[in-house]
Design a protein around this ligand. Sequence first.
Ligand code: FCB
Length: 443
Amino acid sequence: MSIAQSFSDGFVWGAATAAFQIEGALDADGRGESIWDRFSRTPGNIRNGDSAAIACDHYNLWQKDVAIMKEIGLNGYRFSISWPRVFPSGTGKMNPAGLGFYDRLVDALLEAGITPFPTLYHWDLPQGLEDAGGWPRRSTAYAFADYAGAVVEHLGDRVKHWVTINEPWCVVELGYRFGEHAPGRRDASAALDAAHHVMLAHGLGMQAAKAAASGVAVGIAKNVDVKTPRSTHPADIRVAALEDAFRNRWYLDPVFRGEYPHDGVVARNWDQACVLPGDLDAISAPMDFVGFNYYSRTVVQDNSVSDAERPRPLVEADLPRTTMGWEVYPDGLRDLLVRFNGDYQLPPVYVTENGVAFPDQLVDGAVHDENRRVYLEQHFAAAAEAHAAGVPLRGYFIWTLMDNFEWAMGYTPRFGLVWTDFDTQERILKDSARWLGEEISRG
Ligand code: FCB
């Protein structure tokens, strides 16, 4: 039996991308500046000083990319809409030319039999909104809701699945706490406010989307990660539980339970002053589906405990790692899906991202990425186990369609099913893409 046969009829097999990582054409047709334009131009922020000015030139080559998805045999495509293309300064006057690009893309996808799953926010906040305070300011959530409503009003007649926010943890922690991603701020208190406003944006955006078009399904794409304690020492276990609160539950408890996780709130000594009456009702309004992005686990420990004090190590550091340095840990996908389904009684679930960067080589016009095939096969099997255990899994999106601009890591990690030649913009299907197509067609 093929792995595809483990899932129900109508299962969505797709690839995922994000606007800033593939589109290029940063000044085309009235697009405004985003925080990633500014951040990536600042020396020292991106490995090798790589620039996303051209990336995969998808803004011009989108027809070719739709044809490639069709050639692989995908029936879903998760992409993101660039907010500053639609509202160049974040609010105010809409830019029809920017929206027109997505209009054409959606029509071409439908024509090719590929269901569009756009994400409204995959990290490219209009710089104008950051200049006004960014996500730590409540008004940014209102601006997002207006933007979401406007986009869904235009495309909602044809696009029935919408993701509000991609990976709130990354937006907040990498962007505002650690400064590794745009806008590059390092301010723990601002990050706490940003977290709430990003979640509020999800809630208000969902309301706006549903008001703008009938019959649209709306959800969020949440990155989730297993936090494995280094040992059975109680201090390691405590730190792992807290890390789980910060990474997973901080964003899942509010949408499924209408509250922030108590242990995390206490540990961060957070007064919740920015949480106004009604906010958590909006945030916890039922979603039509939930997306999970899964890549790896992290082993965590309490650094005040010496190795000699550790009783029995729970983990040996011997798992293979990817170009990103992430451990390959397929069981984590099954374990998290099963756990969250038990904790939250999940609505329909999509794996909205899973995939891997390995040091691919193009040899004689081919990429023999057996390691990626194995990675995908193992993760599909883990997802099938979760499905068999009752998780209502409806689709799976591979990160990513083609090698692209991997944020602060630039062009070094190659995550694509398709090889991108960044000099010629040639696309070459890797072996894993062909294998995936065969799997899907046997489903
Ligand atoms: C996720 C992001 C995506 C990509 C992958 C590798 O965190 O959503 O844009 O960078 O990681």
